[in-house]
Design a protein around this ligand. Structure first.
Ligand code: SF4
Ligand code: SF4
Length: 115
């Protein structure tokens, strides 16, 4: 499978929600719902664990990603991801990175490759 890297830097193709959706795996959906509740305090039912990834057309996106301004902005600017954006890193992106150190670390690795 080709790697899918989101605008914010998250690696969608390694995300448990993305993988449970791809494999249509209900056991993995259950485990992921539990993990997200423990780690981020999210209250999602296993049947809500469905996401085709940030770069998909977006019919199935999970929770925060469904309303994400970084995604909307990256799409509007037609950049591959925020690491190649001339206006970044912007406040929207920085705010999300405060919430998600994983996205930040992956973004910084990408940004390092591009400069
Ligand atoms: S929707 Fe936003 S938070 Fe979710 S992976 Fe995409 S850019 Fe990151
Ligand atoms: S302005 Fe910010 S959110 Fe938009 S594409 Fe650039 S870095 Fe990403």
């Amino acid at each position: 499978m080709e790697e899918m890297i989101a605008y914010c830097g998250l690696v969608c193709s390694s995300c448990p929600t993305f993988l449970a959706t791809l494999n249509d795996d209900d056991k993995a959906r259950e485990e992921t719902a539990k993990f997200l509740a423990e780690k981020y305090g999210l209250n999602l039912k296993p049947e809500e664990i469905n996401c085709d990834g940030c770069l998909s057309s977006g019919e199935r996106l999970i929770g925060y990603c469904n309303t994400c301004e970084v995604r909307k902005c990256g799409m509007a600017k037609s950049v591959d991801n925020c690491s190649v954006c001339d206006d970044g890193p912007c406040e929207k992106l920085n705010q999300f990175h405060e919430f998600s150190p994983e996205a930040k670390a992956s973004f910084e690795a990408l940004a390092g490759k591009n400069h």
